[in-house]
Design a protein around this ligand. Structure first.
Ligand SMILES: Cc1cc2nc3c(=O)[nH]c(=O)nc-3n(C[C@H](O)[C@H](O)[C@H](O)COP(=O)(O)OP(=O)(O)OC[C@H]3O[C@@H](n4cnc5c(N)ncnc54)[C@H](O)[C@@H]3O)c2cc1C
Length: 543
C-alpha cells in the first residue's frame, strides 16, 4: 500500500464526516466538491477507480440533449444547456466547443423547418452566446461541410455547437479540486455495510480496502449514495427496497482511425430505425455511438456484442455510404450503462434522463439518473437539502454553493478565451524539459494549469519510457491516485480508446515502472498485467 493510501484511510476514520459519499463517478465527485467548498468535512469511497463506472463510458459530450426537445423535456434542455457553458468555463482544458452538423433527409427525423426551429429553440433555452448560435446550410453547403454524408434525399443541414469532453478526465479534475478543498477521496474502497445508531438511523459505513480486504469504519452525519448503475445494490445493503428502482440501458461506441473513416466534421445523424447517433472526429480518430438497449448483466464485465457493432456499422453505412469500414477496421470500443429511473412501458430511448433524489427511512440519500453535463447543478441541489438537514439536526452551518465560478483542477488558465494562448506559451517551455513542442501542446491541453508539474516529471524520466509517457504516468501515480495500469491507460490518458497503439507499445514498461514505484510483488504484477490484457481484449474484440 502506498503511504498516500494509508494516510487517506486514517483521515477518513478521524472523527465524524459531515458528508460521506459512496461512488466516485462524476455525480459523487461533484457532490464532494460542492460540499467541501461549503466548508463541510467530506469523505468519498469508490470501489473501483474514479470514473470506472458510467463516467468514462459516455458519448463524451457536455450537452443540452437536443433530442430531448423531441420529447418536450424543455426544462431539462434549458438547464443542461446553460450548464454546458459553466462546465466549459470552469475547465476549458477538458471541454472543447465543436460545431455539430445535423443533416436532414427526405423522410428523416428532422426536416428543414423542424431543424431550424429546433436548433433555434435549443440556442434560446440554453442561452447560447451569439457567436455559437445555429446556422442553416443548403444541400450543397452540407456536402461541402462533410462530403461523406449521404446525398440521396439530402435536403440541407443545421449546424450548432456542442461541447466535446473527456468524461473520465472531467471526473478526475473535479475529484482533484475536491481534494484541494479538503475532501478525502479514496478509490478501490468499497462501502460494504452501514452503521446505525440506536434510532436505526445510518451514521456511517463499513468500508473495505479492495486491494487488501481490510475493513474499517467511517462515521458520518449524512451518507449519500451516488453509485450510478449500482445505486440499487447500495440500497440493498439496507435490506430489500420497495418503490423506485433503476433500469439499466447499455450504450456502445466504436472507434476508427481517420484513415479508415476520414470524417472532418462532427455529425449527429439518423439511424435506419429512427434513432439518432453521433460520429465525432477526435485526435486523428473517429468515434461513433451510441446504442440504447436494456441491460441486465454485470455492469463491470460488460462486453461489446456483435449485435452492438452491427447496429453502429449499419448506421454508418446508412448515412456515410462511401465509407467502407468493416469490423476489422474497428480499433477500439467501449460500453457503458445509463442508470435510468424505471418508467413502466417505455423503451430505453424514451425514458427521461432526469435525476432524482430520495431518502430512505434510515436516512440514506440516493441520487440517480441525470447526465454528466448536469453534475454541478445536481450536486448543488443535493447539498442545498443536506445543508438544511445538517443545520436542523446537528446545528452545523454550511456555506452557500460556490461551484458556479469555481475552476476545477487544471482550469486556472485565465478563462476559456485564453486557452490557445496558454497552450502555445506552455508548449514553448516544453523543450527545456526534453519534450517536443507538440508534446508540450498535448500536455497543456490535457492537464491545463497543472502542466508544469507534469513537465517536471519529464526532467527525471528514465529511459524505459518516452519522456512524455513517463511524466504522465508519474503524475498519475503521485497526483491522480493511479493504482492499476488500467487506471492510467483508460481513465487518466484515454489511450485505451483513442490511442490503442500507444497502449500496446508501452504496456510492459508501464507495468515495470509501476511495479517498482508501488513495490508490487511478482504476483501482484502478474495480476495487474492480466487485468490490463483483459481490458485491451474487451476494447478491441467483440463477443
Ligand atoms: C452510452 C452513454 C452515453 C452517455 N453520453 C452522455 C453524454 O454525452 N453527455 C452526458 O452529459 N451524459 C452522458 N451519459 C450519462 C452520463 O455518463 C452519466 O449520467 C454519468 O456518467 C453518471 O455518473 P455517476 O457518477 O452517477 O455514475 P458512475 O460514473 O457509474 O459512478 C458510480 C460509481 O459508484 C461506484 N460504486 C458503486 N457501488 C459502490 C460501493 N458499494 N462502494 C463504493 N463505490 C461504489 C462505482 O464503482 C462507480 O464508479 C451517457 C451515458 C451512457 C451510458
Amino acid at each position: 500500500m502506498t503511504v498516500q493510501r494509508q494516510a487517506t484511510f486514517e483521515k477518513l476514520q478521524q472523527g465524524v464526516q459531515d458528508v460521506l459519499i459512496i461512488g466516485g463517478g462524476i455525480t459523487g465527485v461533484g457532490i464532494a466538491l460542492d460540499a467541501a467548498t461549503r466548508g463541510l468535512s467530506v469523505g468519498l469511497v469508490e470501489m473501483q477507480d474514479f470514473a470506472a463506472g458510467t463516467s468514462s463510458r459516455s458519448t463524451k459530450l457536455v450537452h443540452g440533449g437536443l433530442r430531448y426537445l423531441k420529447q418536450f423535456e424543455i426544462k431539462e434542455v434549458a438547464e443542461l444547456g446553460k450548464e454546458r457553458a459553466i462546465v466549459y468555463e470552469n475547465g476549458p482544458h477538458v471541454t472543447t466547443p465543436v460545431w455539430m452538423l445535423l443533416p436532414f433527409h427526405k423522410g428523416g427525423t428532422f426536416g428543414k423547418f423542424s431543424t431550424s426551429v429546433g436548433l433555434r429553440t435549443y440556442d434560446y433555452l440554453a442561452g447560447v452566446k451569439k457567436s455559437e448560435r445555429r446556422y442553416m446550410l443548403s444541400k450543397d453547403e452540407t456536402v461541402q461541410k462533410e462530403p461523406l454524408v449521404k446525398t440521396d434525399g439530402l435536403q440541407g443541414g443545421g449546424v450548432y455547437v456542442e461541447y466535446r469532453t473527456d468524461d473520465a478526465r472531467l471526473t478526475i479534475e473535479v475529484a482533484k479540486a475536491a481534494v484541494a478543498n479538503g475532501a478525502v477521496l479514496s478509490n478501490y474502497t468499497k462501502a460494504v455495510e452501514f452503521l446505525y445508531n440506536k434510532k436505526k438511523k445510518i451514521v456511517g459505513i463499513v468500508a473495505e480496502d479492495v486491494l487488501t480486504g481490510n475493513r474499517f469504519e467511517i462515521h458520518a452525519r449524512k451518507v449519500i449514495n451516488a453509485a450510478g448503475p449500482w445505486v440499487d445494490d447500495v440500497r440493498a445493503i439496507e435490506g430489500k427496497q420497495k418503490g423506485k428502482h433503476l433500469i439499466l440501458s447499455k450504450g456502445v461506441h466504436i472507434v476508427f482511425d481517420e484513415s479508415k473513416f476520414p470524417l472532418k466534421q462532427a455529425v449527429y445523424f439518423d439511424t435506419p430505425d429512427k434513432r439518432m447517433v453521433f460520429a465525432i472526429p477526435r485526435n486523428g480518430k473517429t468515434y461513433v455511438g451510441t446504442t440504447d438497449t436494456f441491460y441486465k448483466g454485470d455492469q463491470r464485465e460488460m462486453d461489446i456484442e456483435q449485435a452492438d457493432r452491427d447496429y453502429i456499422m449499419n448506421a454508418i453505412h446508412y448515412m456515410f455510404p462511401s465509407v467502407n469500414v468493416t469490423d476489422a477496421d474497428i480499433e477500439s470500443s467501449w460500453a457503458g450503462v445509463r442508470p435510468l429511473i424505471h418508467e413502466d412501458g417505455k423503451n430505453p430511448s424514451e425514458i427521461s434522463r432526469h435525476d432524482e433524489v430520495w431518502e430512505s427511512k434510515a436516512g440514506l440519500i440516493t441520487i440517480a439518473g441525470g447526465k454528466l453535463t448536469g453534475y454541478r447543478k445536481m450536486a448543488e441541489g443535493v447539498l442545498n437539502d443536506v445543508a438544511e438537514k445538517l443545520k436542523a439536526e446537528h446545528k452545523i452551518k454550511a456555506g452557500n454553493c460556490m461551484t458556479k465560478q469555481l475552476k476545477i483542477s487544471g482550469g486556472d488558465i485565465g478563462g476559456s478565451e485564453n486557452l490557445e494562448a496558454f497552450v502555445q506559451q506552455q508548449a514553448k517551455k516544453a523543450a527545456a524539459f526534453g519534450l517536443t513542442f507538440e508534446e508540450g501542446q498535448y500536455l497543456a491541453h490535457h492537464y491545463g494549469s497543472n502542466v508544469t508539474t507534469v513537465f517536471n516529471y519529464a526532467n527525471v524520466a528514465q529511459n524505459v519510457l518516452p519522456k512524455m509517457v513517463y511524466a504522465q504516468l508519474m503524475y498519475g501515480i503521485e497526483h491522480e491516485m493511479v493504482v492499476h495500469p488500467v487506471d492510467f491507460f483508460v481513465r487518466r490518458t484515454g489511450n485505451m480508446f483513442f490511442n490503442i497503439d500507444s497502449v500496446k507499445a508501452h504496456k510492459e514498461a508501464v507495468l515495470n515502472v509501476m511495479a517498482m514505484v508501488l513495490s508490487w510483488s511478482d504476483l501482484q504484477k502478474a495480476q495487474y498485467a492480466m487485468e490490463l490484457e483483459k481490458e485491451i481484449h474487451r476494447a478491441t474484440t467483440a463477443k
